[in-house]
Design a protein around this ligand. Structure first.
Ligand code: ASP
Ligand code: MG
Length: 432
């Protein structure tokens, strides 16, 4: 098989974790698989890079960030590399990149203008520091490995901070650069999170984007599977902190995975799976801290459960915004206006419902955005409020509970079970 393996920040968070990640990659290669590794930055690094950039933009440039980064990565290089030459080589690459980061921040502290393009150049440094370490660790297991900057593989749009892959171009680059390495029996280590425009300008795929990178590289190389090594045993039936009896789901469908992500399970971002999904490439979620656990497979069929419901999630920190008034009936423009406001405030709508009387529409957004959206709604709908078409625009904090499962469609009685459970817990249902 051809496997693209992604290691998240905690899975490469220290020299020991990187050694374990390397061992896992080498073990699969030893079974005859072609393996491409995609790595995140070491845990916490991306946050510290972004914080440094933001501080520098305010004129505060503190060199200690660069010193800490250099220390953390070069000591890992010394611990991991198979030879002193290789350690020196990795350390030199790391030093060059930390130096570049330092210069960017220094410049920023002079000009005080943090553009999305510059933020990408800075925040993408973490993966470029981690990849040489992972490659060195793989080499210490006797396998040829080199770090590959994704700027040479993943071609993206120029939406800095949230670039989208251009798959045809990426496929061509992956074929030119990664395939020959695989055919020579090497394990390339590609930086997650970053890419470059067709002109070669560094971009990032958005926070948490390394999973997306893995799925993009997997699709570009026609991989047989994409493995996401993280720090939990796959996707669970519920949040184990809230539901102690929660267990790992052995298999879910792509659509269940995206619903789960949408409704609060922090396992895979919905966008992440798309490139793999389009090519029907199964995605496995595995625990690098518990590698013998089979984890969860995300597939087309998803192994439907007999009862219909696969998982239950909940989201807190959200608010219900309700527009109500008997005068809203039959006045078509109000809904359009309301959602125009929501869009221009860039608030993400989690769910919408409307009373069949049309006297009330409500939707759920993040509480952090609620006050701003209500204020903007009151301005935009001033005339409707004055005329009494709308009587009230109200906001209240709520929680969203979602029951998820492909098989729920066409299985009667699930709603009754859900509402029965909520009723028994004396939870009032506000919207469905
Ligand atoms: N290092 C990036 C981040 O923290 C990407 C990732 O870890 O997936 O957002
Ligand atoms: Mg991460």
């Amino acid at each position: 098989m051809r496997i693209v393996m992604k290691f998240g920040g905690t899975s490469v968070g220290s020299a020991e974790r990187i050694r374990e990640a390397a061992r896992l990659a080498v073990a699969s290669a030893a079974q005859g698989h072609q393996v491409v590794v995609v790595t995140s930055a070491m845990s916490g690094v991306t946050n510290s890079l972004i914080a440094a950039a933001q501080a520098a933009a305010k004129g505060q440039w503190d060199q200690s960030v660069a010193v800490t980064l250099l220390e953390r990565h070069s000591s890992a290089a010394a611990a991991l590399a198979p030879t002193t030459d290789r350690a020196a080589e990795a350390t030199a690459v790391i030093a060059t990149r930390v130096d570049r980061f330092e210069k960017l921040c220094y410049g920023l502290s002079m000009v005080h203008e943090l553009t999305p393009r510059l933020l990408d150049a800075i925040s993408g440094t973490g993966e470029m520091l981690a990849a040489p370490l992972v490659a060195a660790a793989i080499a210490s297991f006797g396998k040829t490995s080199q770090a590959v900057d994704a700027t040479r593989v993943v071609v993206t749009t120029d939406q800095f901070g949230g670039a989208e892959p251009l798959m045809n171009e990426t496929r061509e680059k992956a074929a030119g650069l990664l395939r020959p390495m695989l055919e020579a029996g090497e394990i390339p280590v590609v930086t997650g999170f970053i890419g470059a425009t067709a002109d070669g300008v560094l971009t990032t795929l958005g926070r948490g984007g390394s999973d997306y990178s893995a799925s993009i590289v997997g699709a570009a190389l026609d991989a047989d599977e994409v493995w996401i090594w993280t720090d939990v045993d796959g996707v669970m039936t519920a949040n184990p902190q809230e539901v102690p009896s929660a267990r790992t789901l052995p298999e879910i469908s792509y659509s269940e995975a995206s619903e789960l992500a949408y409704y609060g399970a922090k396992v895979l971002h919905y966008k992440t799976i798309l490139p793999a999904f389009r090519q029907r490439i199964p995605v496995r979620i595995l625990n690098s801290f518990n590698p013998t656990h089979p984890g969860t497979r995300v597939t087309v069929e998803g192994h439907p459960s007999a009862t219909g419901v696969k998982a239950v999630t909940s989201i807190r920190g959200v608010s219900l915004i309700a527009l109500s008034g008997t005068g809203m009936q039959g006045i078509p423009g109000i809904v359009a206006k309301a959602f125009d406001v929501v869009a221009s405030e860039q608030a993400n709508v989690l769910m919408i419902s409307q009373a069949s009387s049309e006297n009330n529409i409500c939707f759920v957004i993040s509480s952090a955005e609620a006050a701003r959206v209500v204020k903007a709604l009151k301005v935009a709908l001033e005339v409707e409020l004055l005329r009494g078409h709308i009587e009230e625009i109200a906001e209240q904090p709520v929680a969203v509970v979602a029951a998820i499962g492909d098989k729920m469609r066409g299985t009667p009685g699930i709603a009754a079970t859900v509402f029965g459970a909520l009723g028994a817990a004396t939870i009032n249902v506000i919207a469905i």
